[in-house]
Design a protein around this ligand. Structure first.
Ligand code: FDA
Length: 396
């Protein structure tokens, strides 16, 4: 049990990616630092990330890969602490890694190596980590903050809120950071689940459920945004990297365009097949390019029974559109239960982009996912956690 009214220079709420990075940097500057978390272990989301291998950054991370009401806000932090800085840290700790695809860097071994690295760095920087501790009222007390913990009240000159977003409540995610922001009068940008599978209403699902488990390469678009990666049919709707990416841009009521087999003009292929092999069934011709079950499904939906020779150009065009330009309106998303991140959060207008400090509340900082900066899938969200945590760590 900690003694009550202990004093620290810096208290960090949340021992996730951003909080630990901030604690390391503030500690290295000689500050006394306490990191508090209600979870029993630090960095739980790091542990489960990247299928247990942690996609810890992206070689191509740049401001364009982030969503925010103010897209320029992230520039400063991303420049001050880059993916190359984090890669150097990983290399210094002898952690082997590889690029999987599209600049995404993963540990060769386990994501626990990243957690161990951060905990070791925190220890070396003299930061204290206090787990399994509930956080109660946060108050301004003159120039300082007082924080009521289940182990007693603490005071600090700098309070860093690094409590993450709302995604995966089962993993200790709470809205505490937003509550603290609201309490101190900071505006919030509406939050919503992002990097999340999309769902269909029952009637569509009934038609598509036989496709569950099938993956195809596609370009998925919504409005002007496009992502070329795999799409996976699930028993609830659609998932896979291209769908997770587009989910951050999609809004209820909008349709998405799924262009399966990008680069393969199915209309041309069907016309050629009709000339060369007119007795071939449509689904057989489609199955040369698509998984058999999907080819069969599309032929059935298009009522394309019979031989290719019986089909006009117009009919073939419609069948091809079901492959190359499939339009579908998702009913919703799987929500925070499975979302990798939370869009929105503490409005960046209220924060200094160099330090992450609240402009109107000196000493109060917000970093990581709780801030209205959300990365694409592919290591970008951790890079934001490292960059924003590092920036606050230089100032807190
Ligand atoms: P983070 O959520 O990591 O940490 C917040 C901390 O605050 C937690 O330790 C939590 O326990 C604590 N906390 C919350 N409420 C509290 C309260 N009321 N009291 C006390 N403590 C409290 N990103 C990426 O770049 N590459 C990847 O491979 C993946 N993979 C991935 C997989 C899955 C399944 C998910 C859910 C997410 C990812 N992400 C990812 C996203 C990434 O995990 C996320 O963006 C960062 O963890 C955000 O870091 P933060 O430090 O801001 O929050």
């Amino acid at each position: 049990m900690k003694a009550s009214t202990e004093e620290f220079d810096v208290v960090v709420l949340g021992a996730g990616a951003a909080g630990m990075m901030c604690a390391i940097e503030a500690g290295k500057r000689g500050k006394s630092v306490l990191v508090v978390d209600h979870a029993k272990a630090p960095g739980e989301k790091i542990r489960i990330s990247g299928g247990g291998r942690c996609n810890f950054t992206n070689l191509n991370a740049a401001p364009e890969n982030f969503l925010s009401a103010n897209p320029r806000f992230c520039i400063s932090a991303l420049r001050r602490y880059t993916q190359r800085d984090f890669i150097r840290l990983v290399e210094r700790h002898g952690i082997a890694y590889h690029e999987k695809t599209l600049g995404q860097l993963f540990c060769d071994g386990s994501s626990r190596q990243i957690i161990d690295m951060l905990v070791k760095e925190m220890r070396e920087a003299g930061a204290t980590l206090q787990l399994a501790t509930e956080i109660g009222e946060v108050e301004r007390a003159g120039e300082e903050f007082s924080v009521a913990l289940s182990t007693g009240t603490i005071r600090c000159r700098s309070l860093v809120v690094a409590t993450g977003g709302k995604s995966i409540p089962k993993m200790s995610a709470t809205g505490l950071g937003y509550e603290i922001a609201a309490k101190f009068g900071l505006p919030l940008v509406e939050t919503r689940p992002a990097l999340v599978p999309l769902t269909f209403e029952a009637r569509t699902l009934e038609k598509l459920k036989e496709l569950s488990g099938i993956a195809v390469d596609a370009v998925v678009g919504c409005g002007k945004k496009r992502f070329a990666e795999a799409v996976l049919f699930t028993h609830r709707g659609l998932s896979g990297p291209a769908i997770l990416q587009i989910s951050s841009y999609w809004r209820e009521g909008q349709e998405i365009a799924v262009s399966m087999l990008p680069g393969t003009d199915i209309f041309e292929r069907l016309k050629t097949a009709r000339t060369q092999n007119g007795r071939q069934a449509v689904q057989t011709a489609l199955a040369l390019y698509l998984p058999k079950r999907l080819a069969q499904h599309i032929a059935e939906q298009e009522k394309a029974e019979g031989n290719l020779a019986d089909f006009s150009d117009k009919r073939l065009q419609n069948i091809a559109a079901a492959v190359n330009d499939w339009r579908i309106k998702p009913a919703g998303s799987e929500g925070y239960r499975t979302a990798e991140v939370t869009l929105g959060g503490v409005d960046t207008q209220a924060l200094d982009s160099r330090t992450m400090q609240a402009k109107a509340v000196p000493g109060l900082y917000f970093i990581g996912e709780v801030v209205d900066v959300t990365g694409w899938l592919g290591g970008y969200n951790f890079q934001w956690a490292w960059s924003s945590g590092w920036s606050a760590g230089q100032a807190a």
